[in-house]
Design a protein around this ligand. Structure first.
Ligand SMILES: [Zn+2]
Length: 242
């Protein structure tokens, strides 16, 4: 009796296995064996983690876009930048390459077909040091003492470590026409860039008007600054902590 019962169970198992195989076969054919069958649950963890990392990376990038660098605020020590090269050899952060080229193309369409050039993009600490030193030398040659020359140079050139160009998020644009600067002031926010040093904000920015200098902050922040007529210093003060 017992032996027969075991045999019976074995047979039932075999039948069930065959039935399961049959169902699997039908499913495989139905879904064309293209991987449409539900994936093992183990996949869910890394995928979810990827999504979390992607969101984190985006948030970090957005925070980087709003870093305030001026006379009082140096480049943060932890800051790093990934660079891409423009056609003329100038480099910019890879985060702004797309919107920058889009903006320059659009500007060209509105300004007699001249493609505006980025004459200065990313600068290293050494490059900024050289520019600053060069300015000091100019004033020394004009007869100023070293101390006076340093003070004067500081009014024209950002001190090394205090230039937005070291972020890779700022560019000096040469358009050969004033129409370009007018166009940029009215449209740059659509591409996430701001007219960083307007003449009426010198007391906040500490920099005299520079019509050629544009800074990337992202479309959302740039639009707010444009609509509210505020500079980055005011924006950071108004919205920090949000
Ligand atoms: Zn500049």
């Amino acid at each position: 009796m017992q032996e027969r019962a075991v045999r019976y169970r074995k047979r039932r198992k075999a039948v069930r296995r065959r039935r399961l195989l049959g169902v699997a076969l039908v499913l495989s054919v139905a879904f064309g064996l293209t991987g449409l069958l539900p994936k093992p649950a183990t996949d869910a963890v890394p995928k979810n983690r990827q999504r979390v990392l992607a969101v984190k990376e985006q948030q970090e990038q957005e925070a980087d876009n709003l870093i305030l660098v001026n006379g009082q605020n140096p480049i943060p020590e932890w800051y790093t930048v990934e660079l891409l090269e423009l056609e003329n050899g100038e480099q910019v952060s890879r985060n702004i390459y797309g919107p920058l080229t889009e903006m320059l193309e659009a500007a060209r369409g509105s300004n007699w077909n001249l493609l505006p050039q980025v004459v200065s993009g990313y600068r290293t600490q050494e490059m900024q040091q050289q520019i600053y030193e060069g300015k000091i030398q100019q004033f020394c040659q004009d007869g100023y003492t070293r101390e006076e020359a340093e003070q004067l140079a500081g009014q024209w050139v950002a001190l090394p470590g205090h230039s937005e160009h070291q972020l890779g998020l700022a560019v000096d644009i040469n358009g050969a026409t004033n129409g370009l600067y007018q166009w940029l002031q009215e449209n740059s926010y659509r591409y996430g860039f701001i007219f960083r040093y307007p003449g009426n904000k010198t007391s906040q920015t500490g920099v005299a008007e520079e019509v050629w200098h544009y800074r990337y902050v992202g479309v959302e922040a740039a639009t707010k600054m444009y609509q509210q007529g505020i500079c980055l210093e005011e924006y950071v003060e108004r919205y920090s902590g949000l």
